[in-house]
Design a binder for this molecule. Sequence first.
Ligand SMILES: C[S@@+](CC[C@H](N)C(=O)[O-])C[C@H]1O[C@@H](n2cnc3c(N)ncnc32)[C@H](O)[C@@H]1O
Length: 270
Amino acid sequence: MEKVRFTEEKATNLATLYGRALDYRSAAPILGDKAADDAVRQIDYDFAKLGINRDSAASVTLRAKPIDDWAAEYLARHPDAIVLHLGCGLDTRFQRLAPPDTVHWYDVDYPEVVELREKLYGDAPNHTNLGSSVTDFGWLDQVPSDRPALVVAEGLTMYLTAEDGTELVRRLVAKFPSGELICDVFSKLGIKAQKLNTPVRRAKATLHWGIDDPHELERYGLDLVSSLDAAHWSTPEVAARLRPVTRFQLRLLKYVPPLARMARLVRYRF
Ligand SMILES: C[S@@+](CC[C@H](N)C(=O)[O-])C[C@H]1O[C@@H](n2cnc3c(N)ncnc32)[C@H](O)[C@@H]1O
């Protein structure tokens, strides 16, 4: 068993990992992420205290599924891509998407998070873990710059300051010949309401960067391709696998756009 002593934003990756494990254990999984369940079973931690249960786990899997689908689509078109999976936490997206050997995948998070990843998941020839804050930009020098890049950042942008986040975008756009950035963003209301976000509050993490209009990031060299507010993350096929209470909450969310827009999934081209 692996002991973990993550604090603040690092502890939030235990909540999302647990959400994916609970999804795997459910009768109708959305991600079917066995590696997440295996990891939870290897970690000595009281996951229940994070405030994730089988209903709130849907907020984790509903966010992850479109990101997986968009990423898979990009990799099908760019089998020579590199993937930068930023703020990867303990996510097993590499295992879920099983990219071809011609793709090189970089999982980037703080050193102590990467250290635990290495114990839990081992490695593959087309996979590299990089232990660094994404905003200590030296890590980017370890990544080749002559291939198309898919940048995926799930549950990361809101933990960055606006200054650091926009500088990161600028550097990514400048480094690669072309690529896509897939991430989620919180609105300013989402940042204000952070005390209502149970896993964030229990981890004692602080959220900073709120983006009300996803077009704002276009001034740093990105073109917005898609934007989905939280009421629109599930396809009918995925919605059919949700518990009735969650389906009902999602239906209500469609009638309250400021609440739905507190979290968006966005996809940019550069
Ligand atoms: C909510 S968790 C999401 C983890 C993972 N993407 C997932 O969906 O399970 C946020 C992650 O962002 C990481 N993070 C936050 N700020 C970071 C930074 N400046 N550099 C690297 N990682 C960071 C945390 O350590 C944590 O693993």
